[in-house]
Write a protein that binds this ligand. Sequence first.
Ligand code: NOJ
Ligand code: CA
Length: 549
Amino acid sequence: MVCTGRVYAVGTGEHRGRPPRRQADARRHYPDWLDRAVFYQVYPPSFRDHNGDGIGDIPGIIQSLDYLQWLGIDALWLNPCFVSPFRDGGYDVADYYRIAPRYGTNRDLYRLCREAHRRQIRVCLDLVAGHTSTDHPWFKASCQPRRNKYSDRYIWASSGPNAEAGMPLSFVRGHAERDGSYVANFFYFQPALNYGFAKPTQSWQQPIDAPGPLETRRELVKIMLYWLGHGVDGFRVDMASSLVKMDPGHRETIELWRDIGQRVRAMFPDMALIAEWGNPEESIAAGFDIDFMFHFGVGGYPDLMLNDDCFFRRHGGGKIRAFLEPYLEQAAKTNHKGLISIPSANHDIKRPCADGRTAKDLKVIFTFLLTWPGVPFIYYGDEIGMRYVSGLASKEGGYGRTGTRTPMQWDDGPNAGFSDAAKDQLYLPLDPHRNRPDVQKQASDASSLLNHVRGLIALRRRSPALQAIGTLMPLQVNDNDRHFAYMRQSGNERFLIVLNPSAEPCLVRLNGIRPAGTSPQICHGAQARVEGDGVQIRMAGVSYGVFKV
Ligand code: NOJ
Ligand code: CA
């Protein structure tokens, strides 16, 4: 299907100071820079408050760029920072073209891009493509009983009998004088934008090439071009699979994204498109560069990070298989076409430092995340082991997610260096723990989690074998193994990674593999001894080793 009409960009295609572009490999559609990229996710109200009003802001992020450069990350993903009533942390947009005043101005965002690019860091925004806030002027116009330009911008079911019957959609009635109900995409105040239905069965359902859905699509492209034209490097797309309704196998949604991707890449070929889809096989086919495996979708992530009996727990007996099998299946289906990301966490799930995990456990987790293929995403504060803070009152639709969104801990001064505001003015309370970790303390401690993460990023940076497409070779996994060993290779460069997240020590015997030299690259509690044609590694409880082989 072809989308008609003119789209335009504001600003120029090549932004001054943008990190240099490399030639793309013809086999792949994703930009080369993603091969070695490590992303860092910032939840803007909680990162750093520059003007002392208690809420993190864009000038605060600019102020933190030196830290991010020191850490070694390549790109930022910012949660939504557009005008919004913030009933869902900004995932309820009221103006896609304007930065929320509490975070600064559009000019601040442009400056952030320039300053980040100076440090070879790219900036990706969050594109809430599936819905807006009920406060959006488009929706207000759409609520009017009289037909207007926005009547078909959202999905409205007629009020006739059985109009909503048996439909796998959420309908909201009684909101407006317009007769009928609107479809909500997530919370009730997030009306679904109208991209049409795959196979309309009711008169109120429009096909994807009806004028209303085509206009919505054009507007989405316009929004993307607007921000790219001002220096932004890509988007993480919220609920990317949700656009076309009642779309089995997401076939039409995949086509829609292909079309959008083509239009936008024609002007910005180096843009990164990151899906919140949870099914790499589908999202990569849709033209996304990266998709996440996480708490929903094709599975695996909860068995790795979240469940009581997941692999990365000292107790609970979790095995790597439950993660590895779905991962390998997805990797085989997407090989060379797009990348899979296993994030440390995000704003929707518990941080890894929860439920009794300590910095020691997180070192094992980060050893995995930063030596695994695909694109690592570090959620702000996980690099110092910030805790999930339980028992907080919900903030801006966060509910159980609120404890994952507390202010960044920069130092041991007032408000942990997050803000000069009075304590009761902070966006969210800080972790009250007496020994809460902070950047300053950990930066000066060579054995800290922060320096471990920084060391791993640096190793990944200089080692193509550890980057996105270095070959992955999982070594034999037996049914009862609580450890996991795998190799990564690119050309002649080979690494062996061994992880033991369990509290119990273990002995790992590997045939036909020998560490080069005696000292591992990065290691804690893993002692290797050459034995015959192989190696024997004595692993303490909660240990890891990264060896060159
Ligand atoms: C996914 C986002 O990550 C989440 O925070 C948000 O509440 C929903 N999508 C709705 O936009
Ligand atoms: Ca502020």
